[in-house]
Write a protein that binds this ligand. Structure first.
Ligand SMILES: Cc1cc2nc3c(=O)[nH]c(=O)nc-3n(C[C@H](O)[C@H](O)[C@H](O)COP(=O)(O)OP(=O)(O)OC[C@H]3O[C@@H](n4cnc5c(N)ncnc54)[C@H](O)[C@@H]3O)c2cc1C
Ligand code: FES
Length: 257
């Protein structure tokens, strides 16, 4: 098991990405611990009268030069709304790094497709950078309801081709990610996906049919984040597994979808 840290990180930047989503950039004086793509952080929500448990948030990006950890937060409930109110100079208590990681390519010939929906795009940015640094090819397919819900497009474009779908057709192809034409054109060797469960189930179905290796990052409800409370259990082909320690990334062949 990798060493875990409880750190008081300083908020060094807050970017409002759209009405609902905020990007928090965090740092500390000492170098940040090593974090790998797919891992997550359990953040303590201070100052909330209703949020007692830490909230799991994916590692969106690690900027090693600036010693920054980026977290993208969709403000959907009391806890995440409180996180969305953080200001530069505030402190955020984080337990990290948690969970397993996405599977890195083994060959520079590999052609990896990363499919994200909604705030599920968050962990794909850092993964995309690592794939590009390794020398393999990465393509992003990002889905949202409407154009303003597509997040960090300029960041994703630094690391690979970016294709989009929106349900209303306001950007990219109209419809769902699984209908995008790039799926017919690309010769992908692996798909990694994160987003709403119906989207990931549809991606898994496509990958099975196309015989492409595929893994999905689950966003099961979590509390402790370290395998103690069992609230994140996922039924798999090998029995019940904690998504926080055995996941969040699972090969779709292990999932009963
Ligand atoms: C491994 C992992 C990584 C995650 N990464 C991110 C991320 O990078 N950015 C981000 O914004 N969110 C992420 N989430 C989801 C985030 O943890 C939840 O949105 C958050 O815990 C909700 O807390 P809250 O207090 O705001 O909402 P609550 O008041 O607790 O709940 C508000 C509503 O959201 C629903 N909800 C709560 N948790 C989840 C969940 N995990 N998935 C779907 N619906 C939920 C509740 O059922 C309720 O309807 C991640 C979750 C997991 C498990
Ligand atoms: S969140 Fe407690 S066991 Fe996974």
């Amino acid at each position: 098991m990798n060493k875990k840290y409880i750190l008081d990180l300083k908020v060094v930047a807050v970017e409002q990405l759209n009405e609902k989503n905020v990007l928090l950039k965090l740092s500390q004086d000492a170098p940040l611990p090593e974090m790998l793509p797919g891992q997550f952080v359990e953040v303590r929500v201070d100052g909330s009268t209703s949020t007692y448990l830490r909230r799991p948030i994916s590692v969106n990006f690690v900027d090693k030069e600036r010693n920054e950890l980026w977290l993208m937060v969709a403000t959907i409930g009391d806890g995440t709304r409180k996180l969305g109110q953080l200001k530069v100079g505030d402190t955020l208590n984080c337990v990290l790094p948690l969970g397993n990681t996405f599977t890195m390519p083994t060959s520079k010939e590999d052609n990896i497709l990363l499919i994200g929906g909604g705030v599920g795009v968050a962990p794909l940015l850092y993964f995309g950078k690592q794939i590009k640094d390794f020398g393999a090819n990465v393509t992003f397919l990002l889905g949202a309801r409407t154009a303003t819900d597509l997040l960090e497009l300029e960041e994703f474009r630094k690391y690979g081709e970016v294709y989009c779908t929106t349900e209303d057709g306001s950007e990219g192809e109209k419809g769902f990610v699984t209908n995008h034409s790039v799926l017919q054109k690309g010769n992908f060797t692996q798909i990694s996906t994160c987003g709403p469960k119906p989207m990931m189930v549809a991606v898994a179905k496509y990958a099975h049919a196309a015989r492409i290796r595929c893994e999905a990052s689950l966003e099961n409800l979590m509390a402790c984040g370290v395998g103690a409370c069992l609230c994140c259990v996922e039924k798999t082909t090998e029995g019940n597994k904690c998504a926080c320690t055995e996941g969040p990334v699972f090969d779709i062949n292990r999932l009963l979808w």
